[in-house]
Every structure is written in C-alpha cells, then in structure tokens.
Write a new protein. Structure first.
Length: 388
C-alpha cells in the first residue's frame, strides 16, 4: 500500500512538474492575397528575427506552433508595415481573425490576454491619431490665408490637449498592468514619428515604475534589460538637471536677457535693476498662461507704485499672435520681449524651461526671491517683500 502511494506521488510530481512550453496560433485572414506568406518574428532588444513563416491558404487560414521558455514579444506580419504585436506565453492557444491589410487591429483575438490588452491600447491610440489627422486637414484648408497663423496657434493648443489625454490614458494603462510586459510597450508609443506619448524626462517616474516591476520578474529578458539601462541613464541625466536647476535657487542671480520688444528695440532684463521684477515666461497660445494673466494685471495694479515691474518673455511664433495676446489680456503697461522662436527661443535653454507659464521674482539686485508664484501666492509674496 505504501509502495503504491509512493509511486502515485512520484507520478503526480512528474505530471505537475512538466511545463507546457508549446504555443499554438490559429489564424484567419479576410480577403487574403493568393499565395500570400505570413511571418512570425521574435522581437529582441534591438532587432527582429523571423522564426517561422506559413503560406496563407485559400480560405485565409494559417497556423504556427512554437516552443518558448518564458513570455516574449512576437510580430505576426505580412510585411514591415502590416503587423500585429503579440505577447505570447508558454501554454497559450491563440485564435486570431483579422483583415489581411490591417493586422494591427484584429477583428477578434482570444487565448492571449497580453495581446488583447495591446490591441485594446492600439485602438485607443488610433483614435488620437485620427483626431490629430483631422487637425491637419483644418490646417491645410487655412494654408495661404490671412487666418493661418491664428489657426495654427489654436490647432497647436488642441493637439497638445489630445496628446495630454492619451498621456493620461497611457499612465492608467500602465498602472493597471504594471507586472505585465505590455507596460513596457506602452512606454514607447508614438502618435507620429518622434512624437512620443510619454516623455522620458517629464514622465520619468513611469519609466522607473515599469523598470522596477519588470526587472524583478524578467531580469534576463533583453528588452527589459535594455529598459533597465535606459532608466539608469535617465536618472543620471535628471541628477545633472537638478544641479542645473539649483543654480536658480533663492538668492542666486539669473542670466541677463536681451531681446526685441514689440517695436523692435532691444530691452535688457538688467535694465530693471533697482526694481522688484517678475520675470515671466508665457505665450499667447498657452491657455494656462492666459488664465494667469489677469492675476499679473492685479499684482501690477497693486504694487507698481511701490517699485514692482514685470518683464514678460513670450514663446510665440508670430508677432501678430504675440501682440494680439498682449492687447486682449490688457498687458500693455509692462515690458514685453520675444525672439518669436517658440520652443527654440534662446531663453528656453538659458533658463532650462520645460513648460510655461514659469516665472522668477527678482529683488532690486536681480537675485531670485522665489519662483513659479501664481495667483494669491504671488500677491502674498509681493506684500511681504514690498510692505516690509
């Protein structure tokens, strides 16, 4: 009896210890091309390797079988522009149906939760891309018209809001799937070549979170190792950036600025020495800046007679938009300058600007009192400085 139980135990251990490393993919393409090939590529850190191929049958069906040791990314493709990214895991049996010319948006897919999640993300991303394409159509219709500069500014603002919405969606997607390799792909999504949803610097904490979760689970997987190295470099860059930003701490001086005013005359920031100065960076296309401008008007009205001035630097692209913004927000009474170079303005690198509005409150000697003061915080600080 004991011997029989021992043999049964050994048999059970052998059965449960056997790992099913097989993956079966059964697919069907609608409207296939006669004799068309479909390929299965493995996605490695910096390259794709074709591991299998099959001829699509007359009714559009195809099948693959492979063995894997751990989860990994694969591409199911007919060519380099028509592919479906798949996250395959040992033991899965996947069924996929897709139109032959749009594998990236399968009609149906089952048996691979990771691939389903990526397909869901792709559908949401495509909605954003379609909305951005619609803006391009509006821009093209305005081309060559007097309204083009104003239309361009407005469309730029709308485009940023669309990308911002996708940025928020991507972060929620990562939060919900942090221990899945799908979070890795979400870090590198683009709405256009070079236009990424997540920024490795401003969204660094998400790169760190994904790295921390995945490197613990898949330390030998090449794409995860590549992310780990990237994050180490990014953290080093941010440390260097923090050193730069420490140069703009309270009590430090700021670089001088010499840019054209609305009439073309060069006005230096250093010409305001002897006054308490708000050095403010803005643009007419920047909605948060426009919302803050009434607070600047209020501050100027209350404290100008006590020695307060504003030196406002615009990141606009056209003189017309800049001047209109000044007039519409009733900002004419203080100093305005701009080189009209948008984010290529000389002040962006000089002051390490990553967003606007941004400001520095300077004392009579041109040294920093505080930075990024808004609304009531600005009024309180001015009251403290000028009514002491």
């Amino acid at each position: 009896m004991i011997r029989n139980l021992l043999m049964l135990f050994i048999a059970l251990m052998t059965f449960t210890g056997c790992k099913n490393n097989n993956i079966d993919i059964i697919g069907k393409l609608t409207n296939p091309n006669n004799g068309e090939y479909i390929f299965l590529d493995e996605l490695q850190a910096s390259r794709l390797i074709t591991i299998d191929s099959a001829v699509v049958s007359g009714d559009g069906s195809f099948a693959f079988n492979l063995k894997v040791e751990s989860p990994a990314f694969y591409l199911l493709k007919t060519d380099d522009s028509n592919f479906l990214t798949m996250l395959l895991e040992p033991g899965q049996k996947i069924e996929v149906t897709a139109h032959s010319d749009s594998l990236n948006f399968p009609v149906s897919i089952s048996g691979s939760p990771g691939t389903e999640l990526m397909a869901e993300y792709n559908r949401e991303l495509q909605k954003t891309i379609n909305k951005l394409s619609g803006l391009r159509e509006i821009y093209l219709k305005s081309e060559g018209t007097p309204e083009q500069p104003a239309v361009m500014e407005q469309l730029d603002s709308i485009a940023r809001s669309y990308i911002g919405e996708m940025n928020s969606y991507t972060k929620k997607y990562i939060d919900a799937n942090l221990t899945s390799l799908v979070s890795l792909t979400a870090l590198y999504q683009q709405v256009a070549p070079g236009e990424y949803i997540l920024n490795p610097h401003s969204d660094l904490r998400y790169f760190i979170r994904v790295d921390s979760a995945l490197f613990r689970l898949y330390p030998e997987y090449e794409p995860v190792k590549t992310l780990h190295e990237q994050v180490k470099n990014l953290v080093a860059d941010v440390t260097a950036q923090n050193i730069i930003e420490s140069e703009f701490r309270p009590g430090a001086g700021v670089p001088d600025i010499a840019l054209p005013g609305p009439e073309g005359d060069t006005i230096k920031l250093s010409s305001t020495i002897g006054k308490v100065v708000l050095l403010d960076f803005w643009a007419a296309w920047c909605n948060p800046c426009r919302i803050e401008n009434p607070n600047l008007v209020k501050a100027y009205d209350l404290y100008h007679d006590k020695g307060f001035v504003i030196y406002q630097v615009s990141l606009d692209r056209t003189r017309e938009a800049w001047i209109n913004g000044i007039k519409e927000d009733k900002l004419e009474r203080w100093i305005h300058v701009s080189d009209l170079k948008y984010w290529n303005s000389s002040v962006v690198e000089l002051f390490s600007l990553s967003q606007i509005p941004a400001n520095f409150l300077l004392d009579e000697e041109g040294k920093i009192i505080a930075s990024d003061l808004r609304g009531e915080n600005l009024l309180r600080k001015l009251d403290e400085v000028l009514n002491k």
